[in-house]
Structures are given as C-alpha cells and as structure tokens.
Write a new protein. Structure first.
Length: 658
C-alpha cells in the first residue's frame, strides 16, 4: 500500500500482512491518494479500484486521528511480454502411496488472491497447469474425492501454503501426498498481567522433526489448528511488534515444551504472554566520563530511540524478552565528534529493566568553509581528508561512505569523526572551480606545500576558508621507448590508501585513426601540478614503469606543470620505459594461500603497485629500491626494502619478509 501526497512529492509505502491489513503511521497532516500494487511494483490501482492516479479518491489525514481506507485489489492483466511457465506433478495418497485420480489442483495468484488456472489428475495421478506468468507467484489448492481440502505441499489452508514461482524455460514440479485425519491443537492466549492482547496475534505449531508446520490467527486470543499430523510439536506465538514466544513463556525453541498430537485427539496449549522488559542506556564520553547525546538502534527488537533534551539516557520502555538470544545495538553519537559503536550481549529480562552505561570514543573534527575568489560561499565542493603520515598504508578511519565531506548552501563543511594525527585536505569541486590541495593562504597542486593539520581527539579544529580558483587543463602525449602506442594515463598526483585514483587524471585513446597517445587532464586549479604517468603498450600486457613530469621517478623531484585558469596548457611529450618486476616472493613454509603485497616509494611514500590474492610477483615498478608491505592473509603486516628490481629486467626473489 502506498500513500502519495496530493500536494508535494511525499510518499510512504508498507506491505499488507497475511490478512490484507496494513497501517501507514506517522503521516504528515495533509491530503493523500492510496495506491495498491503487487510486491515490489509501483501502484497499479488507486482507491477505489481506479487505474489512473488522478481518478483516485483524496483522503485527508488529520493530527491524532486514524483514517480507514479499504479496497479490493483487481487483478491486472499482465503484458504480452511476460513469459509463461508450467507447474506439473503427481498426486498420491500419503497412507498407501497410490496415485489419486480426479484430484483437481488450482493455482491461486499470490498477489491478487484470485484463481488463475486449474488441472485435474488423470488415471496415473498426474496434473499439468500451463500458461502461468513467471512474474507472479502461486499457491496450489488440491481437492479430491475422499480427502479433505489440502494446499501444497502439506498445509491445511492458503495462509500456510508454499509459494511457487514458474519459469519460461522449465517445468516447476510440485508433487503432493494427500492425507486424512490428524489431530487438533487448540488453546487460549491471555495477555500479560495488566496488559492487552496485541493486534494480529498468530499461533504456530512446528513439528520437532520439521516435517510439518501450520499457523492460524488467534482471534480474541482463541485459536485452533485442525488436521495436524500425529507427532511431537513445539508451539510458538508472535505478532507485529513482538518477537517469538515459545510455549510455555520461553525465549527459544530449545527451551520450549514438546507437545504430542495423537490421531483424532485434541491437545490443549494455553499460553500467557510474558510482559515486556525495558532497556536504558546512558551515553558518556570515554575520556572524561561526561554525559553525551545520541541515538541507539536495537538490532533484534528493531527499535530506535534517542536521548531527549537535557539527558544522556536512551530509553526503550518496551523490549520483548522472548528473543532468540541477547540483543545488540548500534550507538550513533550526536554530531561528528564521536565514533559510532556496537555493543553486544544486551540481556533483556521479562518485567525488568536492563541498564547499561556505554562509553563513546571522542574523535577529531575539522570545521571550515568554502568560498570563491570574491569570498562568496560555494556549495557542493567536497573535501577529502588525507593522512599526512610519511608512509600511510591504510585509509584514514572514517564513517563517511566515500570519505568526502561537501559544503552546504552557506559554504560550511564539517569533517568528522576523524582520527587524531597529521592530516591534509584535498578539495574537489564542480566546474568552473578546480581541484586543489588546501593551504591556509590558498590552493596548491603540490602536496608537500599543503597545510598539515594536527588533529586531536575530542577537539574541533577550525581553519581559514578554503578559497577556490577557476579550473584549467593540461594536455600532452605519451609514447613507448620506440614510439609504440601507449594505453596510459596522466594523473595530477599519486595514489595513496586515502586517494585511490581520486586525483584528476586523463587517459589516452586509440579510437579511429587517432594514435597520437594524447591525454587531457581537466578540472585542475591554476597551480603547479606534478604529473604521474603510467601505462602499458597498446593492445598488450607489456607494462611501463611509472614516471613523473621531468623524466624522473619521484614526486619530490618532479618538474611541475603550471596550470592556467580557463585555459589548456601543453606539457612536454613523455616517453615511458619498460617496467621492472618482482617475479616471486619467498614467503616461507606454511604461508597462507591468500596474501597482499603493496609497493611504496621509499622516500615519498606514494603507493606504486599492489597485488592481492594468490598471484605471485609484482609488476609496474620503477628501477631502484622499493618499500614492500606484506600482509599474510589476516595476519600481521611486515615491511622490507627490496632492491633487486632493475629497469628492463625481472628482479630476483626478495628475502623472506616475515
């Protein structure tokens, strides 16, 4: 069911339960139309039974009141493009195994509840239902002389029947064994002392050996399951808003009582619902012990609550103890000054309050703003914090999905939570503004000149505004040592764990007759940028060594290219040379089959190559020493300096690192 606001684009959606009931709660006051649809689809019908949204009745939602909207879903004729499939099978008598003739099997559309097609068994007990749409799902009802009505595979009613899909490529086989007799499970469910029965309460019996399961709605607490096969069962109860409760008042199936059903007998299973428990969680600063604020989400209970004004306590007044084990929770402190935290083993006791004190770890925060050359705020400029450690080997700890923080309409941007330590800021902007490394006096293309912020956990670092400048471009050409065509790229800066290919770059193209090896790097601020060149011989796997502008192998020695605003400058042509490689690693006896090795420049700390998995060796290296970081599976990383790689030749086997 979907509620769509008449004024505006606000909407809400919720599935119906097994009885077709639904509840759309917390709707903003206003006017709505209500749409119906098959699961996962956009509304195909609008109350009352209209095909066009504009023809639907407009319902008003007022504060504190409930608006009741009922409708009957009308099956929509599927388009001709839908594939059709077949369900076929054998119907037998469970007691004898003999084929049952004249048993009529009906396919009922799961989404609309309408009878779609039917087929009766022949003398061999076989049936076949064709022309079923593969986009739908079906439940199968079987009626046969001398047997009570049954639903596939072994259910007494529609609600407990198995759901079947069909395919346009093969037949879906559903065999059924019809049974007679059985016993009855019935009983009364009563509310906890001082409480009321929940809305939509179900009672379910499940065979201990897993051979049969059936459930029914307990109307006013009364329930009855008929034609239950003789055997041992566990009975549990559930409703919307509660977790499972096993008879008698237990949290898990292992604790539940086993009840026996006999042929023709009646087994009475009465149940009193246990009262809820409560959870209270106090949030405090891990360093100072001072109260903090935030929100907590209980995983199993699927409840979320936040600290109210003036308090550091998150309260869950209603948490059901009948869960499948201890609960866990995600703690999200308010603001960017603290790290999220997971807490586990939250034990909830019926009728009692579980109280916890959770320490949240303080983090560093950076607060700044983004402006243009005239001092006006710029929205949508994204700032990426980058570790300023000499050789950073892992990305900065962050909770931001892409590690970028973007300015709002006022130009303000807040970065955090971030770890303590030296940090630099790389800024990416939309046209007409160019990328930059941040300095307190303006942008730069040289990471060595970028401002280093010394971040401290629990403190907010405020910086002068990030001033953007208009972008320019660099173009140039790449070729191999003998003029070969090169599939390569020029990058404004180097890769690192915090900047994996994030810096602006441009790559060569060999489309049509263009074999010039030309690249263009756009979106650069008007500063001096060192360019890194990488590539391989076109149409081959023959690699070239990385090179920096100025025909050097180090970013610190690179000759930067001066970018001009609103212009394209041409860099000197570059000739790449054959790469060096390491053929294999002596990882010692008992080494894991999965491992990772990374190569870093020993002076600049730039990441040059990375290999993970089970493939030995490393390619794409420059001549000279490289710093290798080896991670054996999930083990402890270790370092060593490899000096055997030489340009134009494969290096030797480095010594064992760990």
């Amino acid at each position: 069911m979907t509620a769509v606001a008449v004024d505006g684009d606000w909407k809400a959606r919720i599935p119906t339960d097994a009885d077709g009931r639904y509840r759309l709660a917390n709707l903003p006051v206003g006017r709505y139309r209500i749409g119906l649809a098959l699961a996962g689809r956009d509304p195909q019908q609008w109350v009352p039974g209209k095909s066009n949204q504009a023809d639907g009745t407009v319902f008003s939602v007022t504060a504190g009141n409930t608006t009741t909207v009922d409708d009957r879903y009308v099956s929509v004729t599927p388009p001709e493009s839908w594939q059709k499939g077949t369900i076929a099978g054998l119907v037998t008598a469970r007691a004898t195994g003999a084929a049952v003739s004249d048993a009529c099997v009906t396919a009922v559309n799961l989404y609309s509840g309408t009878e779609t097609a039917a087929s009766c068994t022949d003398a061999t007990g076989r049936y076949r239902i064709g022309s079923l749409y593969s986009q739908n799902q079906y439940r199968l009802r079987v009626r046969a002389p001398g047997f009570p009505e049954q639903w596939a595979k072994d259910a007494n009613d529609y609600d407990n029947a198995t759901e079947y899909s069909v395919s346009g490529f093969e037949v879906t086989t559903v065999d059924m064994a019809l049974r007679v007799g059985g016993g009855t499970i019935r009983g009364r469910v009563t509310p906890p002392e001082g409480g009321t029965l929940p809305w939509s309460l179900y009672a379910v019996a499940k065979a201990v050996d897993g051979s049969w399961q059936g459930g029914v709605v307990a109307v006013d607490g009364e329930y009855q399951l008929d034609r239950v096969p003789a055997g041992d069962y566990r009975v549990y109860f559930y409703s919307l808003g509660r977790t499972l409760q096993y008879h008698p008042g237990k949290a898990t199936s292992e604790e539940a009582a086993v009840v026996r059903v006999t042929e023709g007998g009646v087994t009475v299973v009465d149940e009193r619902l246990v009262p809820s428990g409560a959870v209270e969680i106090d949030l405090v600063d891990k360093m100072t012990g001072a109260p903090t604020t935030g929100c907590v989400t209980l995983s199993d209970a699927r409840e979320r609550a936040c600290t109210p004004a003036g308090s550091n306590r998150v309260s869950f007044p209603t948490v059901w103890a009948t869960t499948q084990g201890a609960d866990s929770a995600e703690v999200v402190p308010s603001g960017p000054s603290y790290w999220k935290r997971w807490i586990r083993d939250i034990r909830v006791t019926s009728g009692e309050t579980t109280r916890l004190t959770v320490q949240v770890e303080p983090a560093a925060t950076v607060r700044t703003s983004v402006v243009d050359g005239g001092g006006k705020p710029v929205a949508g400029a994204c700032v990426k914090p980058v570790s300023a450690q000499a050789v950073p080997t892992t990305p900065l700890r962050q909770e931001n999905d892409n590690g970028r923080y973007c300015s709002d309409a006022s130009g303000t941007v807040t970065l955090g939570p971030l770890p303590a330590g030296p940090t630099q800021l790389f800024v990416l902007s939309k046209a007409p503004w160019g990328a930059q490394w941040y300095t307190s006096t303006g942008g730069t293309g040289d990471r060595n000149a970028a401002t280093r912020l010394s971040l401290v956990a629990g403190q907010v670092s405020s910086t002068p505004a990030i001033r953007l400048d208009r972008a320019g471009s660099i173009t140039g050409t790449l070729q191999g040592p003998n003029g070969e065509w090169v599939d390569g790229c020029a990058q404004a800066g180097a890769d690192s764990p915090d900047l994996p290919g994030v810096a602006p770059n441009g790559c060569t193209s060999h489309s049509g007759s263009d074999h010039s090896g030309r690249y263009t790097v756009t979106g650069l601020g008007p500063y001096r940028w060192p360019l890194k060149y990488t590539g391989r011989r076109a149409y081959t796997q023959d690699g070239y060594a990385p090179e920096w502008s100025g025909d050097v192998t180090s970013r610190h020695l690179a000759v930067p290219v001066q970018v001009k605003a609103d212009a394209t400058v041409t860099a000197a042509a570059v000739t790449l040379v054959q790469d060096a490689s390491i053929l294999a690693f002596d990882r010692g006896p008992g080494a894991p089959s999965y491992w990772t090795v990374e190569a870093y420049h020993p002076i600049t700390g730039d990441q040059m190559a990375r290999q993970s998995g089970s493939v030995d060796g490393l390619t794409g290296l420059p001549a000279g020493p490289v710093l290798l970081r080896y991670v054996p599976g999930n083990g402890k990383a270790c370092w060593y300096l490899a000096g055997g790689a030489t340009g134009g030749a494969a290096g030797g086997t480095p010594r064992r690192p760990c």
